[in-house]
Design a protein around this ligand. Sequence first.
Ligand code: NAG
Ligand code: NAG
Length: 469
Amino acid sequence: MPSTRVLAYTALVLSVIAYRSGTVFKTSIIDKSAFPTGYVHGGDYSTDCKTLQDSDGSNDLKFCEDATFWELHNVAGKLEERRLLITCDPNRKSWNTVMGPLRDPAPLGALWLYTPHVPVASAIETPIKKAANLLKNIRGKKEAERAAEGKVQRLTLKDYPEGHDFHPLGVEVYPSFSGNASNVYVVNHARHRTTIEQFLLSPSEPTTVKYIRTLTSPYFIAPNALALTSPDSFYVTNDHLITRRLPVVGKILPLLESVFAIPFGFVSHVTLAPPSSPEAEATPILEHTFSKFFTPFANGIAISPSGTKVAIVSTSLGQVHLYNRDLKTNALSTVTDTIQVPFCPDNIRYSGEEIILAGHPHFPSLVQLAANKTEALSPSWVVKIRPPTDEEKEAGLEKFDLLAPISVSSKIARGNKWTVETLFQSDGAPEGFETSSTGLQDPKTGDIYVTGLYAEHGVLVCKPGKTTV
Ligand SMILES: *[C@@H]1O[C@H](CO)[C@@H](O)[C@H](O)[C@H]1NC(C)=O
Ligand SMILES: *[C@@H]1O[C@H](CO)[C@@H](O)[C@H](O)[C@H]1NC(C)=O
């Protein structure tokens, strides 16, 4: 093509992107802000944050796309601890069905489990109670469990089919109650198609996950993230309709679908026959319903703790959409809230009634890392979405998040109902943390976890105001 035509086409493409998703275009493609090496809200990055490393010396705990809390409830139904289940794929630079390339699907990714130290007793307890609890904890906990505390351990995939690829992306696990096993679902970008793998994870054997079955469906076109509605049902987002797997057009059309924010992403709700039920063998998927069509690049999804709200991320629009959920039918209302953020948002989690959202404030450098341009620095940004405080209401829609080195309000105004506050920021340098794809905050301890799609070194944990290193 003569270069003037290339220029003309480029200008046309850029103007359409600017028109379709102007905010994202400006904040996440054109601008690259001067982010700090590391900033954590309410703390000091250099002393309160560290990266969790694998405990087996393999250096495989990297390129982790997603993480979720595994909640353990005791006999009385009380939440006792939150562990972190993490999906990583050290081979992502050879196999990424969302961003490319599709070169070598053979090396397997892995699931990892992080067990934080459980505080033995809280400050308000009397010394006697404290001692009793301590004793109970020591007696009640198996040797292996205590050895796991403070460590990230690779989970052995028990009974996993020989020759079946494993490229985990979105992950969700049902809570465990009085020690029972939990159903785990993992989106798997396998060689020929994307599947959802079901496993069992048991508190009595927390170093293995037992493979149950592989779920496939003609409607699993490009599954990305999951949110469970029961031990045997879930929402699943499909990020694109046109995928990279298609021959010839697969290289360019998905990119166009992303950059033009063409609304081909969709969200489904899937109900399974429990593995033990008579129909499980013949029809593992009892019901598939489309919950939402036409979400451009539908990515992360999360359900509020009360179950009545569902948050869905549109990466290419830089937005979170909130819906009301019918608890009986799982039907979603029309959009009740739209929250704009100044980056390409990825995965989303609730922390209490607040929303934690991670994403990519400079998309071109993420694309460079995907293409193994290892010198590229791809920044991270994790925010909390919550109702504004009275002071924030008074300060107006243009002044908020003022503690952050690059404040959200330097990029966008907030809406009336919600404000967006920076929890974590990094320029992606080696001493910082790159390519944040999931952020979580333990609502009880305030601890923050961040995974990075192309983060070379582990998973970040920050304990703001509590020096850890
Ligand atoms: C990425 O580049 C590094 C060196 O810069 C090289 O060692 C590695 O094999 C490359 N990875 C892939 C998947 O091409
Ligand atoms: C564990 O117990 C909970 C609560 O009774 C139940 O909903 C769940 O199905 C059980 N999990 C499994 C895998 O049986």
